[in-house]
Design a protein around this ligand. Structure first.
Ligand code: ZN
Ligand code: FE
Length: 255
C-alpha cells in the first residue's frame, strides 16, 4: 500500500487525516479543522506536511489552512465550485479530475449537497475515500446549501466505488446515525450487527471511523433510497428514489 493514513480527533467530533505517500514522502492534511493538534500530531510522527486537501469550505474543515500553509509552505487543494471560500487555495479540482500526489493518484468527485461546492477524494490504488461531510458512517451530511436531488446524486457516485473501499469521513456521528437508522430499518440484520459493534466501540472510547463501503451499502439508509423495502418502510412504496431520500433526510433532521 502506498498511503499511510493517520486519524486525529479534534474539536468535539471532527476527524482530520494525515496521509503520507510512502514513495515520495509527501504528506497531506485532509481538512485541517484547527492548527495546534494537527501540528502536534505531525511533530510526534516526524512528518513534514506538503499539502492540504480540503473537501469543503466549512470552518471545521479549513480552520487551520492559513497558518499551516504559512508556516510549512503547503499547497492547498480544494473544490473548484467553491474556490472563493477555501482559504489559501492553490489548486482547484472538479468532477473527474485526477490529482497526482507523489506516486499516488486521487480521483475527484463533485459531491454537492452539504455545501454548494464539495469534493471527495478517492485514492483508487489504496481504495481510500475521503468523503468529508458527504458520506458519514451510517449517515450523510445535512443539506445546508444543496437539494436532496444533489445529495442523492453525490451519494450514488460514492456508492459506485468498490465494496472494499475504506471510507474516511470527517465526523464521529456514528452512534446517533445508528440510532436513527435502526428507527427506520430495525429488521435489517446487517444493520443490527453493525449498530452493536458501534455501541461497543463507543463504550470503549474508540472511533467508529473509518468504515468499509460494502458495509455502508448494506446498512446506511442514505445509500439505500432506491431500495423498495426501505421506501415502503418510510411510507413511500413505489415513489421516486429522490423523494425517498428527501423523506429519510427530513426524518433524520428532526430525529
Ligand atoms: Zn461541513
Ligand atoms: Fe463538518
Amino acid at each position: 500500500m502506498g498511503l499511510d493514513v493517520r486519524q486525529i480527533s479534534v474539536l468535539s467530533n471532527n476527524y482530520v487525516y494525515l496521509v503520507r505517500e510512502t514513495e515520495s514522502g509527501l504528506v497531506a492534511i485532509v481538512d485541517p479543522a484547527e492548527d495546534a493538534p494537527v501540528r502536534a500530531a505531525l511533530a510526534d510522527l516526524g512528518w513534514t506536511p506538503t499539502h492540504i486537501l480540503n473537501t469543503h469550505h466549512h470552518a471545521d474543515h479549513t480552520g487551520g489552512n492559513l497558518t499551516l500553509k504559512r508556516d510549512f509552505g503547503l499547497t492547498v487543494v480544494g473544490p473548484k465550485a467553491d474556490s472563493g471560500r477555501i482559504p489559501g487555495i492553490d489548486v482547484a479540482l472538479a468532477d473527474g479530475d485526477s490529482y497526482a500526489f507523489g506516486a499516488a493518484t486521487a480521483k475527484v468527485f463533485d459531491t454537492p449537497g452539504h455545501t454548494r461546492g464539495h469534493i471527495a477524494y478517492w485514492f483508487e490504488a489504496d481504495k481510500a475515500l475521503f468523503s468529508g461531510d458527504t458520506l458519514f458512517a451510517l449517515g450523510c451530511g445535512r443539506l445546508f446549501e444543496g437539494t436532496p436531488q444533489q445529495m442523492w446524486t453525490s451519494l450514488q457516485k460514492l456508492r459506485a466505488l468498490p465494496d472494499d473501499t475504506t471510507v474516511y469521513c470527517a465526523h464521529e456521528y456514528t452512534q446517533s446515525n445508528a440510532d436513527f437508522a435502526l428507527s427506520i430499518d430495525g429488521d435489517n440484520a446487517a444493520l443490527k450487527d453493525y449498530a452493536a459493534d458501534i455501541k461497543a466501540k463507543r463504550a470503549a472510547g474508540k472511533p467508529t471511523v473509518p468504515s468499509p463501503l460494502g458495509l455502508e451499502k448494506r446498512t446506511n439508509p442514505f445509500l439505500r433510497a432506491d431500495d423498495p423495502a426501505l421506501a415502503a418502510r418510510v411510507g413511500l412504496a413505489r415513489a421516486d428514489s429522490t423523494e425517498v431520500f428527501r423523506e429519510i433526510r427530513a426524518r433524520k433532521d428532526s430525529f
